[in-house]
Design a binder for this molecule. Sequence first.
Ligand SMILES: [Zn+2]
Length: 231
Amino acid sequence: MNQDILEEKILVDKSVLKEWKEWARKGDMRVKGYRIIEAPRGDRIDRIKRARFMIVERPHGVVYQHSFGLISKFYEGIVEGKLYGTKCPKCGLVYLPPRAHCWNPKCKLQETEWIEMPLEGVVVTYTIMAFAATPFLSELPFILAYVKVGDSVTALPIQLKEIDPVDVHIGLKVKIKFKENRVGDLMDLYAVPAEKPHPPPRSKEEIEWLKSELARVEEWVRKRFPEKFKK
Ligand SMILES: [Zn+2]
């Protein structure tokens, strides 16, 4: 057997491991320091006592490495500024986010083929994010939309920008855009309206409520990330 077929070759190397390896090794989870604090303890609010607790510190760094597997081309495409979906050669279903195998039961996990997708779609559903995972907290509040791109039967989760949250609606036509510095991350993509929004009629109370909720989130972000608002 030709052994070459089993070998792993690096074709593009934009790795940052050199810089981060040292950082990832730091710590090793062993106790490096501690604090003793006083804090409440008790099983019911009317039975609270104060107690001493010891808190140990175990520093630990991680660089996660994972493969995108058979849908790698989608992420490579993002780096190139192109949007790739997949299409089933048997039944013709189109997937974006891509699926490596067709989910149509009749196709029995037929392997799909790559196609380039148009940079336009329609909002299928959306939400206005008032809370998020740590890396996105400073961006709050933002709009997360699920967008059906071209003929896809799946919808792409994407941040929707350049629109007042009050104006977003299901059915809004959007354009897909790429951020300038791309690393192969879904967050390298965002969407903007491709038409003048035409939201369904909303009551004054509804709009006022949404605006006051958004103001509360903005106030929280301002407090939590003061450096973001310094000029
Ligand atoms: Zn199929």
